[in-house]
Design a binder for this molecule. Structure first.
Ligand code: HEM
Length: 442
């Protein structure tokens, strides 16, 4: 309940090895094959999701749908997350980043500390508002949090308490009583607002430049009636907002923090960017896709600071099952914790050392990392229930990061952001990342 579960489970694995019973109901795994065995094939057929809450009872969203419902919704949404869709949506990302940089330009040369984590959060929420509803939250425009965004940040915490309570059997009411239960009502408010926005969106006239998620779903619905009902669109909108906002903000902020702590790595990244780009307008998603070092930086940051760091619960069927060579009795809950698997010396040599080079496929990969089990870091999970937004997340994270470090010198002013001291309530409770900014001569 203190927001230290991901760190505690990681530490238990350090002490006891790759299989740990972390509480009476749950066993956690960090072995390199664990992701595949539990979430990939054939594990996904055997181990069902446990403890997930439908946002609106009776209406499955993508995260909670099962079987045919999940396959149908995933197929419908896949179009909105295809490479083609991303290319058509790129102008939205670029326009929001233009405003983000314009806001940061105002802070340049003032000598004042700037909490850049907050501005990255504004940017990530504005982008997802545009993609999900064609309606930005306007945090950048207004230079502050939209009330809906604040409400969501509290909602993560309350959801965390509900999930924790589910693992406490008869003690659930006590756990809930300890948690910020009033924030649960904010969840209801989030749903109401999301449904209203979907209704508004449906009434909007066609526009070639819109290309939000529903542009693609509506086209599909016209071709194949009923591929997603309006009610399902509403609950999925309510899911996509939190799933696609704070995760991205965490990824970008984590990359930036780790780069600022490792100036030589930052220098190397800048070298890659300076060799490829002459100006901000050159920096596009497709050109970034060809650059190996920035991808390695993101992969390494996601290993050390995975946005979803905690458990992804699955239930073992009644007859029990063998996982990573161990027989696990029926009804046990099993999971991989991304932080525990990534920050683990059996999977990665010197796991606390930020080394993007370990992800390179060339001779530049250091010898001492050659035995790393790269497959043990799966920040997006894997298999048919993995993150549908993975391609978008890599493209968005790299675009924001590249445009930011190409434009500014950033001086880290303190270590308040230290990952080791942070708490996790579903999402990382990110402290300020204080920097001083000045423009580079590019
Ligand atoms: C760095 C950023 C991100 C990370 C690390 C991440 C991570 C994950 C993980 C671990 C899961 C599996 C959850 C589970 O099994 O319970 C997941 C699922 C999901 N993610 Fe992401 N995510 C990110 C960004 C996004 C974005 C940008 C979107 C959409 C705009 C998104 C939408 C979803 C959805 C809808 C699911 C449910 C998929 C399904 O069950 O079929 N995520 N994500």
């Amino acid at each position: 309940m203190r927001g230290r579960e991901s760190h505690a489970v990681r530490d238990l694995h350090h002490k006891y090895g790759p299989v740990v019973r972390v509480n009476p109901e749950m066993v956690s795994f960090t072995g390199p094959t664990a992701w595949k065995e539990i979430y990939g094939y054939p594990g996904v057929k055997k181990f069902k999701k446990f403890g997930y809450r439908q946002l609106r009872p009776g209406v499955p969203d993508l995260l909670t749908a099962n079987g045919a419902d999940h396959a149908r919704q995933r197929a419908a949404l896949n179009r909105a997350f295809s490479d083609k869709a991303l290319r058509e949506q790129e102008h939205h990302f670029q326009e929001h980043i233009d405003l983000f940089l314009a806001r940061l330009d105002e802070k340049c040369g003032q000598g004042q500390p700037l909490n850049v984590a907050q501005w990255i959060e504004f940017l990530a929420f504005d982008i997802i508002g545009t993609l999900a509803f064609s309606s930005s939250f306007n945090c950048l425009e207004d230079r502050g949090y939209h009330p809906w965004v604040l409400l969501l940040l509290n909602f993560f915490k309350s959801t965390h308490y509900v999930l924790a309570a589910k693992m406490c059997g008869i003690f659930s009411p006590l756990v809930l009583a300890l948690g910020p239960i009033r924030d649960l009502r904010k969840g209801e408010e989030h749903l109401r607002r999301s449904y209203a926005k979907v209704q508004e969106r449906i009434k909007m006239a066609e526009d070639d430049r819109r290309n939000d998620f529903w542009t693609y779903i509506s086209r599909q619905n016209e071709q194949k009636e009923g591929s997603m009902s309006v009610e399902e669109m509403e609950v999925n909108a309510a899911l996509l907002i939190p799933a696609g906002s704070d995760t991205i903000a965490t990824a970008v902020t984590g990359c930036l923090y780790l780069l600022l702590k490792h100036p030589k790595t930052l220098e190397r990244l800048r070298k890659e960017l300076d060799a490829e780009f002459r100006s901000q307008t050159d920096i596009t998603m497709s050109r970034l896709a060809g650059l190996p070092y920035i991808r390695a930086v993101v992969d390494e940051a996601l290993r050390m600071y995975p946005p979803i760091s905690g458990e992804l619960r699955r239930a073992v069927p009644l007859e029990g099952a063998v996982v990573c060579g161990h027989f696990i009795p029926g009804n046990t809950i099993i999971s991989v914790y991304a932080l525990a698997a990534g920050d683990n010396a059996s999977n990665f040599a010197q796991p606390k050392r930020f080394t993007p080079e370990r992800w390179l496929t060339t001779d530049e990969r250091p010898d001492w990392t050659r035995n790393d089990h790269l497959e043990a870091s799966q920040p997006f999970s894997l298999g048919p229930r993995n993150c549908i937004g993975m391609g978008l997340a890599y493209a968005e994270t790299k675009l924001i990061l590249a445009r930011l470090v190409f434009r500014y010198h950033l001086e880290l002013l303190d270590d308040e952001f230290n990952i080791e001291n942070q708490k996790v309530y579903l999402m990382w409770q990110k402290p300020p990342l204080s920097v001083r900014l000045s423009r580079r001569e590019t």
